[in-house]
Unconditional design. Structure first.
Ligand code: ZN
Length: 114
């Protein structure tokens, strides 16, 4: 499961961040996940529940904000949101695109108690 690997890596950072902020309990973690990452939110939540067991993040709520895939066409310059995995410019049909967003994978915030 791809999600488990990704969540395990993120979780290490979450714990380190919580420790350096002297948190004794983590209640909520917010993530930004680009749709281009192909990570299923429900599988991420499942993985999070499993890796956070017996840690200060046990029972914490995982909030996942999915970021749309935005592309810029290198032919005509149009910026658009990719839908249905169609990687073609919606104006001129060019396949020469540059990713603006959608590859995101970051921890937006960690909430907890000191
Ligand atoms: Zn175009």
């Amino acid at each position: 499961m791809h999600e488990l690997t990704v969540v395990s890596n993120i979780f290490k950072i979450i714990l380190e961040t919580a420790e350096s902020n002297n948190l004794s309990k983590i209640s909520k973690v917010s993530l930004k996940v680009g749709r281009q990452r192909h990570l299923a939110p429900d599988l991420m939540k499942f993985a999070f529940d499993s890796v956070s067991k017996n840690t200060i993040a046990s029972g914490a709520f995982l909030d996942i904000d999915r970021v749309d895939i935005k592309m810029k066409c290198l032919s005509c310059g149009l910026e658009f949101t990719v839908k249905d995995n169609t990687y073609l410019c919606i104006s001129c049909g060019s396949a020469e695109l540059e990713t603006i967003s959608g590859k995101d994978l970051l921890i937006e915030s960690i909430e907890g108690e000191v």
